[in-house]
Structure formats: structure tokens, C-alpha cells
Design a protein around this ligand. Structure first.
Ligand SMILES: Cc1ncc(C[n+]2csc(CCOP(=O)(O)OP(=O)(O)O)c2C)c(N)n1
Ligand SMILES: [Mg+2]
Length: 687
């Protein structure tokens, strides 16, 4: 049992500030409060560094010394009951204000059993998503689109919210920052973008980051929003006052504002950085620009009688930090038993769908695979108010493959959002919406373009639950595959690349009915689910689609064709190839191949396939993606490592060549598995 958190001292009794509290014409009580929280953060950061050096904190520590007044003022001014934020690695002050207690954060640094990331994430990569403080990952810039989405979710829930989107001068060069500024301006989201400009990104000075005639706040004009700068190193109280004014304006006017806030970094980038790149003169000037003593001096200049009060604050804080350290140090270490077996959020409560496909059953017959997906979208939008569809050209145009045709007209722009060409920020925005109770369905125009959003998909969405316990239910639709002479950037199969990372689920239907069922199943899952849709299937044939109460069975494989001489495992368009090859083998060679369509690529359910291999004693895996590091390698390994002695021959792997997808039909045919090629391989292998 760990001890309760020590109660906060009187100087930290209030963790809010109103604009009026900050003077210059008001009493200094507000500034003293700001000083107290900033001083707490300074003291905590200094002690964290010492504890790191003593080996009691692992990893590394990126101190916020120099940034506390900036960070604390924003957090104190925010409305912690509705606002949204993602703090940076210099924002311990903001973190402490948001939660109100230092022990939460010390537990994170000590990586103990009380850590808000369950001791799974590094030092300042935490947050409190349940209270809209969104945890960071290392990849700079990639969190602010989450703030945009989460803020929009608050707005949609009727709150007069402000989202605080923070990043450094270094982070300001990332594509995500540009994409999100544009997106927020386009959507008129109430975001306060704050650049914490401490003039360095690690060891790189701003002179090497952007041209010196280009001030960062000037960029606001390019997005059609207001920009300004403040300087915490010159006038911390005045800068905090400007924050207050801007926060109030963003809240009232519902438009983003970009503030470049000059601040400083009193120590190196992280504990190991000895700042050898700084001259003595520059270092001295940085130390002299420290906003914390400046704030103290401003308070005393306004009211010299506050001196004993400020001394009392320092004493209370020193004592409190020590007692918090003692409490957090005594929290037990985390147990490896607390690691889940996988990175997924537990199963969601099933949605009570209407047992219909459409409102008009005439539309359910004689439809294409693509139309089955359109019907599933329509059903979801009709029945689920939290649903939200986004992607490029998905509005009036209906999407590159017309899957979303008609949805905008029926459901409106608020729920069918035609995104700008910004895959990363739009995916991050969808993550933010998902954190705020929505279930976005995001269409990538071609699966190939998801590489633009790789960080958002595999690092942010895929690991969110593991890192923070917060769920990210979203569907990512990926029109995949080749055979249509679209060339190498519109034809790829990316399942292996994406599923090499933990935390994403994946479905890959091969029939129109499965496509319909897969979208519903993916939709109601509490995890990010990739839905691969083979483009060649979109308009191949007409089918009827019915309401299928057993639609959740798509999370397991489907027996396509029974057989006795081999088990062939495949998915997507290749299922049809496998079926055709199996039919031919039966007619011409009297060999029967049992064909299984995996449908779910993650998590993999292989029990029935294992039983089949135990009967047929042979395993063939077939997929359209490349052979090396292909999905078949994983399938073969999983089966062989447990069923080596069931096999009478080495498994057969049929896949594409290890090349980019070539363009000309003759070349693409040589690249991809074909029916005849598959038959030949099977015949040789079956003997
Ligand atoms: C996209 C990305 N590239 C590189 C890094 C490694 N890195 C961590 S912090 C940092 C410097 C960040 O500078 P800035 O954004 O100005 O923030 P500061 O550390 O100065 O507060 C770098 C390069 C990273 N975290 N993310
Ligand atoms: Mg910086």
C-alpha cells in the first residue's frame, strides 16, 4: 500500500487564473499564484534531475527550466473542466497545474505502479486523456492535430472550448504543424497555437532552423489567422496577460490564433546535454533571461510588501516537493504481470444495430462490392450519431472510387468531411475525435498514401491504449492492391508494413457481403481498425447483400472451399484466384485444395486453419503483397512452429516479386501472382 498524496500547501490551493487576476491594475495575488506554480515546477524539475543522476529515474529527463511561467500561465488560465491540451517535453509546469498534484508526475518519472502510463511510456510522455490532456509521443508536431480533433469533439458536445496546441521552435518545422494550422483555420477551430520559442532545437539554434527574416508568428497570415508574439524573457506578467486575452478571444470568437512565445531553456536539451555548443556569453545571456526571477521582480516592483509572501511560497514548495518525492519513491515497482497480452483495448460492447441493410431493401440486390461499402456507410451514419466520415474528395465527388457517393447530401458536411490534402493531420484529427467519443471512418484515397500518416497510424493511434488507457475507435479504409495498371504508387499492399507495429486491427474482405459486414465490425471495435479494400473487387460482379446478424464472424477466417490435399490460406482479391486454381486442380488433377479466406489479418485467428493443416498435411499461403517480409512469412512461421510434424512437405509461399509494383499490364502481370502461375506452383508442389 502506498501512502496518500501529501495535501498541497496553501500557496497551491487554487489552480486557476482569470485575466483580471494578472494586473497590471489588480492586486498581485494572481501573479503570486502564477509564481507559486512556476516555482513548484522549477523545484520539481531540478530535483528530478538530481534523482536521475542518482539513478532513481531512468531514461532521460528533458527539464522545463526556463519555460515554467509560460507553461503554468497557460494551464492556469485554461478551463480545466472543458479545454484540451497536449503538453510538450518542456511543460512539466502545465502538467502539474492540470492534474493539481506533483505525485502523479513523479510516479511517471519513477515509472512505478502508480504511473499514469502504467510505467509503459518514457518520462514526460504522459497526460491525462480522461481530462483532455493528451499524452505526447516523441514525434514532435504530431500531437497538435489530436488537440484539433479533441477540441472539435468538445465543440460538437456544446462546450465553448479552447484547445491549446503547443510546440517548440524546432517542432514548428514539421509538416504536422503546418497541416494542423491549415486544418484548424479551415475548420475555424478554437485553437490557441503557442510556439514555445526557446531559440534552440536540441543543439540547433534558430538561425539554422528557419530564415532569420521570417518570424514564426508571421506564418499565421499564410493560414488566414491572427498571429502575434509575446516575450516571457522580457515581460513574463505582460506575456501571461496576452495569453489571457487571446484565450478569451479564441473562446469567444471560435477562430484560431497563433502566438510565438519567446521563452528560454536554462539547461541543455536533456540531462546528458552539456551545452558545449553555447559560448559563455550566450549562456550567461540565457541565464539572465530566466522568466521566473523576472516574474518575482515584477511582483515586488508592483508591491514590495509581497516579499515575505514569496519567501513563504518558496519554503512551502521546497517542503512539499520533498514530501511528494518520499511518497512517490515508496510506490511499488510495476509488475510485468500488468503487461497485457496484446496492445488492444478490450472488446467493446456490441452496438444494437437495426436488423436491416438499408431503409430500402430494393437496393440490397444486384450491387457491387463498392456499393456494399456505400450501404454500410449509410447505415452507420443513419444509426450512429457519433459517426463521422472523412477523406479526400469524399464529399460531393463521392470519393475516388465513389464509395461515399451520396453521403454528403444526406448527412451534411458536419459528418461527411472532405479533407484537405493532409493525411497526417487529418488522421491525427480523427484520433482526437475518437478520443472525444466519436468513431471516425477515414478514407485514404489510395492505401499507398497512408505512408504520409504512418506516425499517426502506427505510433499514435496504434499505441494510444497501451500508453494511456484511452481508446481510439476509428476505421481507416485503405483501397489497396494492384492488377489495374495504376503503377507503383497506387497499387501497393501495405498490410505487412502496417501490421509490423502493434495495436492496429485489420480486416481484408473478399466478398461484397464480407465488405458490408467488415465495415460494421470494424466500426464497433474500440481499436483503430484498418480496412483493406481491394480496388479490383470494387466493381467485379453484382451481388446481393443481406443483414447478417453474425457479421462479427468476419473476425475469423471463412472456409471458401473444402479440400483434402492441401490447405491454402489467403485473403482479399487473391481469394478468388485461389478458388479458381482449386477448381482447376480438382477438375484436371483430382486434387482438392482447402481454401481459407483469412478476412481478419489482425488479430489472427488460426484455430480452424490449424485443424485444416492437421488434416491435409500441407500449407500454402498466397498473397498479393511482396514476398520478403510479406504476410505469408508470418502465417507460415506461426503454423510451422506449432505444427511441424503435421506437415508432409515444406510450405509453399506464393506472393508478388520483391519489386515496386510495375506499370505496364505485362509487367504487372509478371509481378503479381496469377491464376496460372498459382496452378503451376501448386501442381509442382503437390507432386
Ligand atoms: C519529428 C522528430 N524529430 C526529431 C526528434 C528528436 N528531438 C527531440 S526534442 C528535439 C528538439 C526539439 O526542439 P523544439 O521543438 O524547439 O523544442 P525544445 O526542446 O526546444 O523545447 C529533437 C530534434 C523528435 N522528437 N521528433
Ligand atoms: Mg526549442
Amino acid at each position: 500500500m502506498s501512502s496518500p498524496f501529501p495535501p498541497a500547501p496553501p500557496c497551491l490551493a487554487v489552480r486557476d487564473l482569470r485575466a483580471d487576476d494578472l494586473g497590471p491594475d489588480s492586486p498581485t495575488a494572481g501573479l503570486v499564484r502564477l509564481y507559486a506554480w512556476a516555482a513548484l515546477s522549477r523545484r520539481a524539475d531540478n530535483r528530478i534531475l538530481e534523482l536521475f543522476r542518482q539513478g532513481l529515474i531512468k531514461g532521460t529527463v528533458t527539464g522545463g527550466q526556463g519555460n515554467e511561467v509560460l507553461s503554468a500561465s497557460l494551464a492556469l488560465l485554461a478551463d480545466k473542466t472543458i479545454d484540451v491540451v497536449s503538453f510538450t517535453h518542456r511543460d512539466l509546469a502545465g502538467h502539474i497545474v492540470w492534474s493539481g498534484h506533483l505525485c502523479d508526475h513523479l510516479n511517471q518519472y519513477f515509472a512505478n505502479a502508480g504511473s499514469p502510463t502504467f510505467a509503459r511510456e518514457g518520462n514526460i510522455h504522459h497526460g491525462d486523456p480522461a481530462h483532455r490532456s493528451l499524452p505526447m509521443i516523441s514525434h514532435l508536431g504530431s500531437m497538435i492535430s489530436h488537440v484539433a480533433g479533441r477540441t472539435d469533439a468538445q465543440l460538437r458536445a456544446g462546450h465553448r472550448v479552447v484547445g491549446l496546441a503547443l510546440f517548440g521552435d524546432g517542432g514548428s518545422s514539421t509538416g504536422d504543424v503546418h497541416e494542423t494550422l491549415n486544418l484548424a483555420a479551415l475548420l475555424s477551430l478554437p485553437l490557441l497555437f503557442v510556439i514555445e520559442n526557446n531559440r534552440y532545437a536540441y543543439s540547433t539554434p534558430i538561425a539554422e532552423q528557419f530564415p532569420q527574416n521570417a518570424e514564426l508568428w508571421h506564418r499565421a497570415a499564410g493560414y488566414g489567422i491572427e498571429g502575434l508574439k509575446v516575450d516571457f524573457t522580457a515581460d513574463p506578467a505582460g506575456a501571461a496577460r496576452t495569453f489571457a486575452t487571446c484565450l478569451a478571444r479564441v473562446r469567444a470568437e471560435g477562430r484560431p490564433i497563433l502566438i510565438e512565445a519567446h521563452t528560454c531553456r536554462l539547461r541543455g536539451h536533456a540531462a546528458y546535454d552539456t551545452c558545449d555548443y553555447l559560448s559563455a556569453i550566450e549562456n550567461a545571456s540565457i541565464q539572465a533571461s530566466d522568466p521566473l526571477p523576472k516574474l518575482r521582480a515584477q511582483i515586488l516592483a508592483a508591491d514590495a510588501a509581497q516579499a515575505p509572501e514569496l519567501d513563504r511560497v518558496d519554503t512551502e514548495i521546497e517542503a512539499w516537493v520533498e514530501s511528494c518525492i518520499q511518497v512517490s519513491l515508496a510506490v511499488p515497482r510495476p509488475s510485468p504481470d500488468s503487461l497485457p497480452a496484446d496492445a488492444y483495448a478490450p472488446e467493446a460492447a456490441p452496438i444494437a444495430w437495426q436488423p436491416t441493410v438499408t431503409a430500402d431493401s430494393a437496393k440490397e440486390d444486384n450491387i457491387t462490392f463498392a456499393q456494399a461499402l456505400t450501404l454500410a456507410h449509410g447505415k452507420i451514419l443513419r444509426e450512429r450519431p457519433e459517426s463521422f466520415v472523412l477523406g479526400q474528395d469524399i464529399g460531393t465527388y463521392g470519393g475516388a472510387f465513389k464509395i461515399t457517393e451520396g453521403l454528403l447530401a444526406l448527412h451534411g458536411r458536419a459528418r461527411v468531411f472532405n479533407t484537405p490534402l493532409a493525411e497526417s493531420a487529418c488522421t491525427g484529427y480523427a484520433i482526437g475525435l475518437a478520443l472525444g467519443g466519436h468513431r471516425p471512418i477515414e478514407e485514404f484515397q489510395f492505401a499507398d498514401f497512408c505512408t504520409e500518416a504512418m506516425t499517426q497510424l502506427v505510433l499514435n493511434a496504434g499505441t494510444y491504449f497501451f500508453r494511456s488507457g484511452a481508446k481510439v475507435p476509428m476505421v481507416v479504409r485503405l483501397p489497396a492492391g494492384g492488377g489495374l495498371t495504376f503503377g507503383s504508387f497506387h497499387s501497393q499492399e501495405l498490410e505487412s508494413a502496417l501490421l509490423a507495429f502493434p495495436g492496429l486491427k485489420a480486416l481484408y474482405p473478399s466478398t461484397a457481403q464480407d465488405a458490408f459486414d467488415c465495415l460494421l465490425a470494424a466500426y464497433e471495435d474500440d481499436n483503430p481498425v484498418l480496412l483493406f479494400e481491394h480496388k479490383a473487387l470494387y466493381r467485379r460482379g453484382k451481388h446481393s447483400v443481406a443483414w447478417n446478424p453474425a457479421f462479427r464472424e468476419v473476425w475469423g477466417p471463412r472456409l471458401v472451399r473444402p479440400g483434402a490435399h492441401a490447405t491454402l490460406v489467403t485473403y482479399g482479391e487473391m481469394t478468388q484466384l485461389a478458388q479458381a486454381a482449386a477448381e482447376y486442380l480438382e477438375t484436371e488433377y483430382e486434387k482438392t485444395v482447402e481454401v481459407w479466406d483469412l478476412r481478419a489479418l489482425a488479430p489472427l485467428k488460426l484455430d480452424e486453419i490449424r485443424a485444416s493443416v492437421a488434416r491435409t498435411h500441407r500449407l500454402c499461403v498466397l498473397h498479393e503483397g511482396r514476398r520478403t517480409h510479406g504476410f505469408g512469412a508470418e502465417l507460415v512461421s506461426r503454423i510451422v512452429e506449432e505444427q511441424f510434424f503435421d506437415l508432409e512437405a515444406a510450405p509453399l509461399r506464393v506472393a508478388a516479386l520483391d519489386l515496386p509494383v510495375p506499370f505496364a499490364p505485362e509487367l504487372e502481370q509478371a509481378y503479381r501472382p496469377t491464376r496460372d502461375g498459382l496452378i503451376e506452383k501448386l501442381v509442382n508442389w503437390l507432386g
